[in-house]
Design a protein around this ligand. Sequence first.
Ligand code: UT7
Length: 330
Amino acid sequence: MTNTGIAMIGSGSATPPVSLDNQRLSQIVETSDEWIASRTGIRDRRVADPQTSLCSLATAASKQAIAMAQIDSSEIDLIILATSTPDDLFGSASQIQAQLDAPQAVAFDLTAACSGFIFGLVTAAQFIRTGVYKTVLLIGGDILSRWVDWSDRRTCVLFGDGAGAVVLQASDCDRLLGFELRSDGSQNGCLNLSFQAQPQPLIDQITVSSGTYQPITMNGKEVYRFAVKKVPEVIEKALFRADLTVDQINWLILHQANQRIMDAVAQRLNIPSENVISNLANYGNTSAASIPIALDEAVRSGKIKPGDVIATSGFGAGLTWGAAIFKWGV
Ligand code: UT7
């Protein structure tokens, strides 16, 4: 069996142009810039208008990642779209394949909420390691503005829309150093976007259900407690698998959900705040997109350089959580 290394050679991101800052949000629900900023660190978020599809954001992010990787889209073997908000419940990845003109690629969606990018990264890595595929496009994208209850101030202030993408390629030198994935369905009720069945009698004794998905519900305090406890643990486990210690990490990129969660995790791991990448103030929680958007911005600004060691962790609904340690670039 081949056991090929993995390199992350390109990144890209896209967010809708329309921003909705805390001030304007306070005209929609009873809240304030002071409450949102002090409890979460969020000041602004981008929201998709009805013409902006998840596929359009994902395709724009992907084009940037493909350009940075200096590959042609015809070289892509696999496209994984991590999302909980597809344009089509049957899957949206193949629409992106068509828009990118990547006829060789097989494309599928993967759902793991805010952990989707990490779960997607590890899934992509398995195909590369076994030698099945050489070049993989991984996208994390969500449009949660479609699914929040805009009258619920406990949730609507938290989320924003966007997409981020990376190109992964087979390499002699392995840059994915360690990972750990976890889930705990017993805590599923903490954070949901669930289907609400409406019984629809069809004929005789047969009743099916019609209905729709209900807006996001969340027990914020439980999710907060879970994140602060489990994220440092899972990063430590991934570091152990990578045979690295915390002081060998150049950058910590956490799922951008709450600045207080990021600060608490960094503090628990003894990582100085200048090594923690945060763009939460500008975008809010963009779910599966938050890690690749933060990564892409840090790469493009020159903060993250080739060879830097990045510890990254996603966490959220499921509940799911996971961490991956990798070196950026070839
Ligand atoms: O991808 C994972 C996604 N989820 C998360 O990461 C969520 C993790 N949890 C959190 O980030 C925090 O729990 C929140 C930011 C959601 C909430 O912060 P908190 O410090 O746990 O506030 P709380 O829910 O205990 O609410 C405190 C008060 C309540 O009023 P009372 O009951 O004390 O009178 C809320 O009604 O703040 C009130 N409140 C608000 N006030 C103004 C809740 N939301 C708002 C709001 N504006 N937007």
